[in-house]
Design a protein around this ligand. Structure first.
Ligand code: AMP
Ligand code: MN
Ligand code: MN
Ligand code: MN
Length: 289
């Protein structure tokens, strides 16, 4: 039995996950995933390894990335799927997007030092498999290691988020640039985990409308970040805005992530899955008979 199971959102050590692309591929395969995408934050350096590991373990593969965007003073994530991983405009855009992370991390550490929590820059850096991609997740792991918080969920409740110690406002890519980098590289842009943003109804309408206007075509409906009610809400949005629907765990780490690779409800039946529109972008695994 090989039941179709798409997981089009997860992270490796190339961004803020703790497994290598190869370890993730093995875990995804063991969990029954049949179509996989590695979507590291602002970085496609793991794509060749992920595609090779997927082929070796018999999973179909879509190239992936999750781009950090600033929209109406909030951070929004745009997932790109099925693009050409050798596209130079996409590569340069991502390089610029992640460029400010080191300076931001130093400022985050200074802000934490103001409330008496010291050494966090060096501490977070220890966890960053890719120092150019130092992220809040790496700070969160260090704050757990040092006993400041019991888990990373507590960290994001008490620190590193707006109004809390360690939060530094940052300007990421524009929505227009992120969508266009993906689309011009032959891929599909997808709004990641829309229920996580704190937009008013009008602001969310602006996000969906502008996203579509720039050429965006998809929205995550079933994700590790959504409740059952959130999935129903954004299934309705997908129909209303005529967007294809995506499905992904947003897995970062065993023992840290609440949603295991591939362990998600199916997409509601009336939606168009992103993989139907991306059929010619899928790297199909060699079929063994
Ligand atoms: P950064 O890109 O450095 O701002 O880090 C954002 C990452 O922090 C996300 O991709 C998640 O992996 C992680 N994270 C976990 N919980 C939260 C939360 N409540 N708010 C923001 N980020 C979170
Ligand atoms: Mn992350
Ligand atoms: Mn995200
Ligand atoms: Mn993610």
């Amino acid at each position: 039995m090989n039941t179709f199971n798409a997981d089009l959102h997860c992270h490796s050590v190339v961004s803020d996950g703790t497994l290598t692309p190869e370890e993730l591929a093995k875990r995804a395969k063991d969990q029954g995933v049949t179509l996989w995408s590695l979507t590291d934050h602002d970085e496609i350096g793991g794509q060749v390894r992920a595609a090779a590991a997927a082929a070796a373990s018999g999973m179909d593969y879509l190239t992936g990335v999750e781009i950090s965007v600033t929209f109406l003073h909030q951070t929004v994530h745009i997932v790109g799927l099925g693009f050409d991983a050798h596209n130079s405009a996409l590569f340069e855009g991502l390089q610029r997007t992640r460029g400010g992370r080191s300076q931001r991390a130093l400022e985050m550490a200074d802000d934490l030092a103001r409330v008496g929590i010291r050494g966090t820059f060096e501490g977070a850096l220890k966890y960053a498999g890719n120092p150019n991609l130092i992220s809040r997740t790496h700070f969160a792991r260090y704050l757990v290691e040092t006993g400041v918080c019991k888990d990373t969920y507590e960290v994001f409740r008490k620190y590193l988020t707006e109004g809390k110690p360690g939060f530094i406002e940052h300007r990421w890519a524009s929505l227009k640039d992120a969508v266009q980098w993906i689309v011009q590289a032959g891929g599909m842009a997808v709004i990641a985990h829309p229920a996580r943003y704190k937009f008013s109804a009008n602001e969310e309408l602006a996000l969906f409308t502008e996203f579509k206007g720039h050429g965006g075509q998809g929205v995550e409906v079933v994700t590790g970040s959504h409740s059952v009610a959130d999935a129903a809400t954004y299934a309705a949005s997908a129909l209303e805005f005529e967007l294809a629907a995506s499905r992904g765990s947003d897995f970062h780490s065993p023992g840290e992530s609440r949603t295991e690779l591939g362990a998600l409800p199916d997409l509601p039946g009336q939606l168009t899955p992103v993989w139907e529109l991306l059929a010619d972008r899928i790297q199909y695994a060699p079929r063994v008979n």
